[in-house]
Design a protein around this ligand. Structure first.
Ligand SMILES: [Zn+2]
Length: 300
């Protein structure tokens, strides 16, 4: 149950591999409070302390909290089991620690799932049919949604980023090799640009998108390669799920104009299904808002 004597604030925390966003729901609206540097090498205890300090300084009696984390999350035990983007953060009891510290109920889930909860809440994803939500950033997140509900399978369904797309391809932080997220996430795009430009300096996806906008050949080639791998992965997912459509989100989708048509063409070369890919506008607060909604509804 949410804390009945609470302040009325339902907190949402979105923990990504690079940044952590905190905010709260109050009287129907969502307000972002702050952005923290996740700083994976400093460990989960450090982030836990910083998160609880921010919340308790603003709100001594929270009603509930929801946490979305980029990794494998065991919803029943409340543990972050592991995360390729948070190396060494294993079996960390985020839910019980936060619940004890804040003295309120806490719900926890994978970050893409809480992002999807926000899209379901606001009817961005239709209530009927089978849909896939896929986020592209440091890694790839995935969620399967059927008739407005998230499908978990035995617990961790939707880890599309670790679907093998190259049998003996690049090593992945998950321990496998050839995973889709090694070919269709921000690090891969930077690698493609480096290879096509011959420039050893690291360029962020934003910088590569700026170069593509002024028709830099290497940047356009990098996006073409990225789009090709996107199309390969989507064709695999359509073969497996036959979804009504997919929702593509995450920071990299801000540059979709440079790669989506390449993805579609690769998709059609591999799959006869109808292409229905919807790009969601980038909204950095949506994950934290989804986490707050989850905290309010799943602990209510
Ligand atoms: Zn992997």
């Amino acid at each position: 149950m949410s804390n009945p004597a609470g302040s009325g604030m339902h907190w949402g925390i979105d923990i990504g591999g690079t940044t952590t966003i905190l905010g709260y729901l109050k009287k129907g609206g969502f307000e972002k409070k702050t952005i923290l540097d996740t700083d994976p090498p400093s460990g989960p205890d450090s982030l836990f302390r910083r998160i609880s300090n921010v919340i308790l300084e603003a709100d001594a009696t929270p009603c509930s909290a929801g946490v979305g984390i980029a990794g494998l999350v065991d919803r029943s035990s409340g543990l972050l089991v592991s995360s390729p983007n948070l190396p060494g953060w294993q079996d960390y009891p985020f839910r019980s620690k936060l619940s004890d510290k804040l003295n309120c109920p806490v719900a926890i889930d994978n970050d893409c799932n809480v992002f999807a909860l926000q899209a379901i809440e606001f009817s961005i994803i239709p209530d009927a049919g089978l849909w896939l939500m896929i986020t592209f950033g440091t890694g790839i997140g995935g969620t399967i949604i059927h008739d407005g509900a998230i499908i978990y399978g035995s617990g961790y369904a939707g880890e599309f980023g670790h679907m093998t797309v190259e049998a003996y391809g690049k090593n992945c932080l998950c321990g496998s090799k050839g995973c889709w997220e090694r070919y269709t996430a921000s690090g891969a795009l930077s690698d493609y640009f480096r290879a096509h430009s011959g420039n050893a300096v690291y360029h962020t996806p934003k910088e590569i998108a700026r170069l593509a906008s002024i028709e830099d050949g290497a940047a356009l080639k990098a996006f073409e390669e990225f789009g090709t791998w996107l199309g390969i992965g989507l064709a695999n997912l359509y073969h497996c799920f036959s979804p009504d459509g997919v929702y593509l989100a995450g920071g990299l989708m801000g540059a979709s104009e440079f790669f989506l048509e390449h993805a579609e063409s690769e998709f059609h070369a591999r799959c006869t299904c109808a292409w229905n890919a919807n790009v969601l506008p980038s909204c950095s607060d949506a994950g934290a808002e989804g986490a707050a909604i989850m905290g309010r509804t799943r602990t209510g």
